[in-house]
Design a protein around this ligand. Structure first.
Ligand code: COA
Length: 260
């Protein structure tokens, strides 16, 4: 599958998906959102892919937001559809059933910050910048930002960032819990790949169960979240990989997971 605005490479069990519009700092236009949806579906269904890295082409920007050229012309009903299309794609990333690491190589603003937040984990170059500047365009985030930012960093910090639109450094993003790790820019892809390979070597069904339990369970009351956890624990119990993992521990050897 080939794309105009994305680069998709596979390296063993890890796929690297890069937004490729560097002339506009990888801004997300309608075509890029459409291509992202296709790529995400393909990666979700490809069992040989066990972890995905999302990044931006070039050294300056991860994604500098939705393409403002398209925003200028939107009417209300189109705006609503525009937001829903982006939300659906980011939901598909969050629900891919395998770990997705955002390797944030520069500006992660607006839709770029929202894209990073839809990923499972975030590693940022020390030069990266985050923010939700939509307020300065007379807008609000439309790709899940008001929801995911609030869940990740808490209501007080989220409202500060959403209402001021101010940009924050990678160091501040780490401090508030918006990213998991910050690394020197030159090490970003190496560290992200290492992390992705570690996750790709885990038992895929258990990984999927953890993602599902955290993602769905935390949106529910505690007791219902625990019911989901118990059901998924039961599912993981039934796998060959559970047998292999527990046996390997008792035999004092490294487990070899097959994904069955
Ligand atoms: N949509 C469309 N084009 C964008 C864009 C966006 N979100 N972000 C950057 N670009 C374009 C610029 O218009 C410029 O195009 P040009 O070379 O034809 O003039 C090019 O990318 C380079 O950007 P520029 O602004 O010159 O770079 P900079 O280093 O001076 O500033 C930013 C970088 C990210 C601070 C600045 O581009 C910016 O504020 N972008 C918009 C961020 C935003 O509000 N995102 C939320 C959108 S909802």
């Amino acid at each position: 599958m080939s794309f105009d605005n994305l680069l998709l490479e596979r390296d063993g069990a890890v796929a690297v998906l890069a937004i490729n519009r560097p002339k506009v700092l990888n801004a997300l236009n309608t075509q890029t959102i459409r291509e992202l949806r296709e790529a995400v579906l393909e990666l979700a269904h490809d069992a040989s892919v066990r972890a995905v890295i999302v990044t931006g082409v070039g050294e300056k920007s991860f994604v500098a937001g939705a393409d403002i050229n398209e925003l200028t012309a939107l009417r209300a009903i189109e705006g609503q559809e525009y937001a829903r299309r982006g939300q659906n794609v980011l939901d598909a990333i969050e629900g891919m059933g395998k770990p997705v690491i955002a390797a944030v190589n520069g500006y992660a603003l607006g839709g770029g910050c929202e894209l990073a937040m839809a990923c499972t984990l975030r590693v940022a170059a020390d030069s990266a910048t985050f923010g939700q500047p939509e307020i300065d365009l007379g807008l609000i985030p439309g790709y899940g930002g008001t929801q995911r930012l609030t869940r990740l960093v808490g209501k007080g910090v989220a409202l500060d960032l959403l209402l001021t639109g101010r940009r924050i450094t990678a160091a501040e993003a780490l401090r508030i819990g918006l990213v998991n790790r910050v690394v020197p820019s030159v090490d970003l892809m190496r560290e992200s790949k290492q992390w992705a390979e570690t996750l790709a070597a885990k038992a895929p069904i258990a990984v999927r169960c953890i993602l599902e339990s955290v993602h769905h369970g935390t949106l529910l009351p505690h007791a219902e979240g625990q019911r989901i956890e118990a059901a998924l624990f039961g599912l993981a119990t039934s796998t060959d990989d559970r047998r292999e993992g527990t046996t390997a521990f008792l035999e004092k050897r490294k487990a070899q997971f097959t994904g069955q």
